[in-house]
Design a protein around this ligand. Structure first.
Ligand code: SF4
Ligand code: SF4
Length: 199
């Protein structure tokens, strides 16, 4: 247990969990999404997270099993049994790391984190592109190069908007890859704007 707790905390540190929380607090899931990620996604977790969920509600945690493809991980098949009738998480404060990260998704690159173009993910993608375009606008690169790069980012956003339009029907979506080193700047960019509640 001690070792698995250390792994879980180390993963949170490695994937900048706290910074991602500071990004996600700027967004709200639309009711129309109907908790898609909790009801359709496969939820992986570490042993210490399984133990926490088992201690909170053994009956609901009974649906979690070993992941055959990765012995150190456990898997909750969809729909998650901790999703309650009102579409809320029954264990929100103690939810597994993957739940706290979503729509960000860890990959094996080590340098970037994926971002799914779900309704909230697309808004983050659009805001990330705004930050990049804002940065490019103030840079001292040639105007031709600046226009080219800004045009590319605008097309990028359009392609993810297309993915968003198929989010509820397509099994695999194109993820944006965001460098870990850009997450803090994105968080600061978002904090410099008004929060939804302040609009
Ligand atoms: S995180 Fe994305 S998929 Fe999950 S409920 Fe929110 S908008 Fe929907
Ligand atoms: S544990 Fe909570 S946040 Fe995670 S999938 Fe289940 S209901 Fe959703």
């Amino acid at each position: 247990m001690g070792e698995s707790v250390a792994i879980s905390l180390a993963v949170k540190r490695a994937v900048r969990y706290d910074i991602i929380q500071s990004i996600l607090r700027h967004y709200e899931c639309p009711p129309s999404c109907q908790s898609h990620c909790c009801s359709k996604g496969q939820i992986h977790m570490f042993e210490d997270e399984l133990k926490v969920l088992s201690s909170l509600d053994p009956a609901r945690a009974g649906k979690i099993c070993n992941d055959a493809t990765s012995p150190s991980l456990y898997l909750m098949q969809a729909p998650c049994s901790f999703l309650n009738d009102t579409g809320r998480c029954h264990v929100y404060e103690r939810r597994p790391t993957v739940c706290g990260l979503y729509p960000f998704k860890v990959n094996t690159s080590g340098s970037t984190i994926g971002l799914q173009p779900c309704p909230v993910g697309f808004l983050i993608i659009r805001d990330f592109a705004s930050w990049v375009i804002d940065t490019l606008s103030k840079s001292d690169i040639s105007s031709g190069e600046r226009s080219r790069l800004i045009g590319e980012w605008q097309k990028n956003v359009e392609s993810y908007e297309l993915e968003l339009s198929e989010f509820h029907s397509k099994p695999v979506l194109l993820e944006m890859q965001i460098p870990y080193e850009d997450l803090e700047m994105l968080s600061m960019f978002l904090a410099s704007r008004k929060l939804p509640a302040e609009n």
